[in-house]
Design a protein around this ligand. Sequence first.
Ligand SMILES: [Zn+2]
Length: 381
Amino acid sequence: MHRLLALFLIPVAVLAIALLPRGAQSAPAADGHTRSITMACSQPVRDVGTGQQVFIGGVPWFAERGQIVLAHEWEGQPVYQFGGRRYLYIGSVTSPARFFIVEECGQPPAAPPPAPQLRQLAADTYVYEHTGYTTIFIVTDEGVIVGDPMGASRSGALKAAIESVTRQPVRYMVYSHHDADHNAGGGVFRDTAQYVAHAAAVEPIARRNDPNSPVPQITFRDRMTLRLGHAELQLSHVGLNHSESSLVLHYPARRLIWAVDFIPVNSVIFGPRSDGDYLPEWVESLRQVEAMDIDTIVPGHGSPGPKIWATWIRESLQDLVGAIQEAERRGMEARSPRMSEFVRSQLYFKYGGWDNFDSRIPVNIAGVYDLWDKFGRFSLN
Ligand SMILES: [Zn+2]
C-alpha cells in the first residue's frame, strides 16, 4: 500500500464508523485497499471525510438496491467502481477529507404501514387514506356520495369510516376508472348504492365477473351532473390519460377535484404503461384540469395537494420525454443505464424530491419506448 495512503486510511476508517447510518453494517475489508458497508437503499452516497454527497459527472449519487460499490487503490490513487465501470477518484489523495468509503446497498428495514386516516376537508367533505390508497366522500341530508372502494381489503374499513361520521346511507359510488385495485370491493355498499362510472369502465369491470365489484349502472361519456341533497358534482372525461375510463369528480362548491392515477401529488407518475396509457393525450387532459377553477386535487394515492400539481405533473411528463430525446441526440443507447443516468441528471433538480423519483426513472424511460413502439414517435410540447 502506498505509504501516504496508509497514513490517512486509519483516521478515515475511524470516521467511516462514526458516519455509518443507523442500522448500517460494516463489512470486513476484502483486501488492504477496500472497505465496504451495507446501507439502506436510496441513501445518498457520501464522502466519508466531509459528509458531502458524492457526485458523478455532476449527478448526485444515491445507492440503489443491490448496488455494490467498491473503492480501492490503483497506482496510488483511489478508484471507485459501480455498475461495472471504474472511476478514478479526482481529488487529492493526501487529503483524508476527500476520500470516501466503499458502500453496499441492502434491503431497507420494512416500515409498518401507516394507520388509515380520515381527514375532513370541509363541513361535508372527507378524504380517507388506507395503506397507500385514497378516496373521497361527501355527506348530505339525503345520503352519501363516495369515490372508489379501493379494493376488497379496504372497502369494509371505508364503510366503517363513513359510519363514524354519519348515519346517512351511501347512495352513489363513483368509480375513478376501471382498474381493479381502485374499484373492486364496492359490493359492501350494494344495499343502498348505485354505481357510477365512465362508459368505458363498464366492459372491463363486467368481464372481471367479480360478485364483490358491482358493474356501473349509471354512465356517461363526456360529462354528467350528479345531485344529492345540497351537493352538486360534475363528473367529466378530460380525454385519455392513465386509462380510457378515467374521470374527474369536481365539487365546485368546495373548489376541489378527485382524480386518480393521472395527477399524482408529490410523486412521479406510475407509468406510462403501453397497455393503457396515452401520453400526448395525458398532457392535454392535464391542461384541461389546469384550466379548471379549483384549489385542491385529491389523488388516488397519498394526500391532497394544491392545484399546481396538475401543472407540475404535465411538466414532468414533458421533461421526461425531452430528456430521453436529448439522450438520443447525444448518442446514448435506448433504455441503457447510461441513458437512465443522464435522464436522472436532467430531472433531478426539479423532481429529485418527489416520491418514487429514483425507482421510476428506468421504468418510465422503458414506458416511453414501449409507447413509441406501439403508437410511433411523439414529442410532448
Ligand atoms: Zn389505475
